[in-house]
Design a protein around this ligand. Structure first.
Ligand code: 0O2
Length: 269
């Protein structure tokens, strides 16, 4: 196939990856806005390069005209979680969505690959609207922890370096490293509750401060300078106390003042 034609074939995949990144990032934002812990820490995505498609097609004996049907990871999304427990939450979240049809799932978290690779894979059907109508395409979603991602990124570079023939002694080292990641993930899981509480608390405080600042900013145009200066001084005084209850009380009072001026903060997070 001509390079130009490949580019055309890959256009809807590029759209799918972009749309899905926006959708998952928006979910993260919604969690934050609600002061809730997000099981998604980071989202990335890529369209497989033409050279990787050709290499994989050759390796797996996929005829080029069947690549779109038989190669499931031309569009790839990677969801990174902080904790192993979050992976299942993300899986459930994806299963419930109406814009993604589950085609296949592979649990390499509980069924670790021979190499030591761990990750949860989902193949979903996702529809994109293009100039030539709608098109249903396959997207591979890989869900893994920060630790699993660290390991697989390094191992992937090794595979590239040794052209998929990693020497035995390095394979052994990578297996040991994979075991260390399992231990690290489980140690982290043991303090998940505490870390989640701390992060929730930080998020709630940050949302509260951002609402207060928005209110003060809106009041600048409406209230008189002396009242604004008083509110500002009070805010700094309470902020320095580092007391959430006081901050919450101040935020509520400020809401009432802003309401009086019809200057209540809109969500600007
Ligand atoms: P790239 O370069 O990341 O795109 P199968 O048909 O089941 O034998 P398939 O279709 O490759 O194999 O599916 P599988 O095994 O679920 O792997 C899909 C992707 O998962 C791979 O894509 C890798 O990204 C990742 N992966 C799977 N196994 C390993 C592993 O041992 N190490 C690392 N680092 N990643 C792995 P590609 O096309 O192989 O590679």
């Amino acid at each position: 196939m001509e390079i130009q034609l490949w580019k055309e074939v890959l256009t809807p995949y590029d759209l799918a990856v972009k749309e899905l990144i926006v959708k998952f990032e928006h979910l993260m934002k919604e969690y934050k806005n609600h002061g809730m812990y997000s099981p998604i820490e980071q989202v990335t995505g890529r369209v497989k390069s033409i050279s990787s498609i050709l290499e994989k097609a050759q390796r797996k004996g996929i005829p080029l005209e069947n690549v779109e049907e038989e190669m499931y990871d031309i569009a790839g999304i990677r969801i990174i979680c902080q904790f192993v427990e979050d992976i299942q939450l993300v899986v459930e979240m994806i299963r419930k969505r109406s814009d993604m049809q589950i085609r296949d799932e592979r649990d390499y978290v509980n069924h670790v690959k021979e190499s030591g690779y761990r990750s949860y894979h989902m193949i979903v059907g996702y529809e994109v609207e293009t100039l030539f109508g709608s098109k249903m395409i396959n997207v591979e979603i890989q869900i893994r922890t920060l630790g699993m991602n660290f390991w697989s990124t390094i191992e992937h570079s090794m595979q590239y370096k040794y052209q998929k023939n990693i020497p035995e002694h390095i394979k052994k080292k990578m297996l040991k490293a994979a075991e260390a990641i399992v231990v690290l993930d489980s140690e982290m899981s043991a303090v998940r509750g505490e870390i989640m509480d701390a992060q929730n608390m930080m998020q709630i405080q940050s949302n509260m401060i951002s609402d207060i600042l928005n209110n003060i900013q809106n009041l600048y145009h409406l209230a008189n300078k002396r009242e604004i200066a008083k509110i500002q001084d009070e805010f700094y005084r309470i902020y320095e106390m580092n007391d959430m209850e006081q901050l919450e009380r101040f935020g509520r009072e400020l809401d009432i003042i802003a309401e009086g001026y019809r200057a209540q903060a809109l969500d600007q997070n």
